[in-house]
Design a protein around this ligand. Sequence first.
Ligand code: SF4
Ligand code: SF4
Ligand SMILES: [Zn+2]
Length: 339
Amino acid sequence: MRARNTDMMNGHITAPYSNDLKCEVCGAAITYPESLQLQVLGYLVCQSFDCRRIMSQKSSMIPSLFKSHLQFQREIYNERREKEAAKKIYIEEAWAREGQENQTILQFILDKNSELSENNTHVLVIPTGLSRLVSLSKERVKNYTEHLKSIINQAMEYTDSSKVEFDQHHDIHEKLLEVEQRFMENPVLLTISDRICGMCKGGCCTSGREHAYLSAITIKRNLDIDPSLTATDILDLYLSNISSETIDGACINQTKTGCALPKELRSDICNSFYCDSLKSYQMNLADEEDPGMLLAIQRASTCWNTIGPDVSNEVVNIALVQEKDIRFQNISMEYIKEC
Ligand code: SF4
Ligand code: SF4
Ligand SMILES: [Zn+2]
């Protein structure tokens, strides 16, 4: 196939054409039918908002100025692309390295505990919650109060929770019922999950900030249970549960001893959420009466930290968890690393 080019001089796309047509900013491939649609513009551009914005400036800029502007934008784009590619490689390598490390730890534990085997020992990699305790700032209380007032006002407008405007929080209630059903059928899973979350200390609560995942529907469900509650009662109820000391950088309700909010006041999101590894463990073993032994390998980052060169994700704890207890191995990490 021959090359079809953009004629920069007269601004028209000229024949012959090829299948290697490219966006003039980022170099993304453009199909021939797409290029026909672009003829009216007089340049080749992909669907990206940024590329379109940059090329749309062409008609209003002096050609020489636009040329250097375009060159500058291409350099920024290439730099970003190189960074993303390097990050992707880093993540793949880190995943492979951590997978190997987890496997070494499993083997070490199996060698030390003859009653365990790969068939009855499940490996679960869990994150770590933040732990620095700080005094709760007035600013955070103010933001939380504003959020609460806003959702309480919304909730007061509806006659009952089924009338609350449809949003992502509706589906979550169904999910919560499914999770509760699974635990009712297999309570051991709940006991073990509680043990694991206690060990992790809220690796998933770091994103709760001053909204705590509360929305109008949580408030309305409380009102359905006790319709005599006024807006002030509900606000006071939530505010009375905040602690004077909270975990820095996490949800306003996260304290040294866990979530300060009683379960019935938490959102369905909080009550139904399990991180991916704990969720897959629960799903895989939902039908097992005896879920066997769980080897929990705890890593340093929180649930939401993206793996990257700046984030430490080393192993910080290892435990054997079962229904009755948690057995900490007290294994020196240095020793494991040398295995
Ligand atoms: S659900 Fe996962 S991230 Fe959240 S507390 Fe439990 S183990 Fe930690
Ligand atoms: S309300 Fe409680 S469970 Fe929900 S994010 Fe905050 S600390 Fe975690
Ligand atoms: Zn582009």
